[in-house]
Design a binder for this molecule. Structure first.
Ligand code: HEC
Ligand code: HEC
Length: 308
């Protein structure tokens, strides 16, 4: 076979792969490799308000692990009752997102940790002062030294919290059980909803292991979304990136109302209708919306033991 025909074959494979494999939904793994000592330390830090300026707010204040991993508010409330300006996403399964934050400004979970600790409207603190405070606690000193030769530093704080967040996976959703071969795990209505989700084009943006979380897209393709937030533009300052947001994961979406980066809608029905109009330029029947919503509800997984 000539090089040219090999190249053609490769190009064809790439196109097919892109169309079929990359645009599908994959089940969450039940377990991933973790360092358990770090996970336990990270958990303690995640729940400890010591990381906030006035010792009132912890990561868990805005990421409630018993209620979907977010705060259920349109905008979060940080120290001194300060209100933020963007909706808090869930921390569940965030390890599988290709970037963190709506505008993707953190490359991974470890890089993300610095954001809330230093954000004036969230924990309004500094990493240096967090290190100093933790060093005054015998329990933390011992726990860090048992794991990290360098002891307590900004980097090891972020590392431990990120390791805990990696453990926050919600496997075994009815839809995952279906993908894994249990054809009875979902109802006929969920199957119809999944079919619509694919055939209407939702899957073009919401796919992969997190049913989203692996690309950026413009919010408001067929109509102006009237967003006050600029999305990726914040980072790149390129006109093309205005209103580009990380496509959110739809895992456990039934638990994380309100929806969109500005929490503009309260129900899944309204979120689906809005997506159809803004992202696909389509009108959808109420029965189609109901079917898609029942599919979205089948993406609710099991809370891991470590979150309890
Ligand atoms: C005052 C509320 C608040 C606190 C406290 C808070 N967060 Fe958040 N969190 C948010 C908001 C709001 C966002 C979205 C910010 C953005 O995208 O610009 C967010 C985003 C995230 C994300 C990104 C998820 C994704 O899909 O992009 C992770 C991970 C996260 N927070 C973890 C943490 C950790 C770890 C802590 C503690 C160190 C913490 N948060 C403290 C409100 C909070
Ligand atoms: C062209 C890409 C694209 C398509 C197609 C698309 N979405 Fe979205 N979806 C997004 C983006 C981007 C957001 C975030 C919008 C924002 O900035 O708030 C989003 C947000 C959502 C949300 C809110 C999630 C949350 O946590 O706030 C839901 C639910 C949703 N989409 C479902 C759907 C459904 C159902 C369809 C098909 C009818 C669909 N999407 C089609 C890109 C898309």
């Amino acid at each position: 076979m000539s090089i040219a025909s090999l190249l053609r074959l490769f190009a064809l494979w790439l196109i097919l792969h892109n169309l079929v494999v990359a645009r599908s939904i994959r089940p969450l793994p039940r377990h991933i490799a973790l360092d358990h000592a770090k996970v336990l330390l990270g958990k303690q830090l995640f729940f400890d308000p010591i990381l906030s300026e006035d010792r009132t707010i912890s990561c868990a204040s805005c990421h409630d692990l018993q209620h979907g991993g977010d705060d259920g508010l349109r905008y979060s409330i940080g120290v001194h009752q300060r209100q933020g300006e963007i909706n808090a996403p869930t921390v569940y399964n965030s390890h599988f997102n290709f970037r963190q934050f709506w505008d993707g400004r953190a490359k991974d979970l470890k890089a993300q940790v610095y954001g809330p600790i230093t954000n004036p409207k969230e924990m309004n603190h500094s990493m240096a002062s967090s290190v100093k405070r933790l060093k005054q606690e015998r329990g933390y000193l011992k726990a860090f030294e048992a794991i990290y030769t360098e002891g307590i530093t900004s980097d090891t704080i972020a590392d431990a919290i990120a390791e805990f967040e990696k453990a926050l996976i919600t496997p075994n959703a009815p839809f995952d059980r279906y993908l894994n071969g249990d054809t009875h795990a979902i109802t006929p209505q969920v199957k119809r909803g999944y079919y619509l989700f694919e055939s209407k084009g939702c899957i073009l943006c919401h796919h992969g292991i997190n049913v989203g979380g692996n690309s950026y897209n413009k919010f408001g393709i067929y109509r102006d979304s009237n967003s006050t937030q600029l999305g990726r533009y914040n980072i790149t300052h390129r006109e093309l990136d205005r209103y580009l947001f990380k496509v959110p994961s739809l895992r456990n979406v039934a638990l994380t109302a309100p929806y969109m980066h500005d929490g503009r809608v309260d129900t899944l029905e309204d979120a689906v209708e809005l997506m159809a109009k803004y992202q696909l330029g389509r009108y959808m029947e109420q029965s189609e919306i109901a079917d898609i919503v029942s599919f979205l509800k089948s993406l609710t997984g099991e809370i891991p033991k470590i979150a309890e």
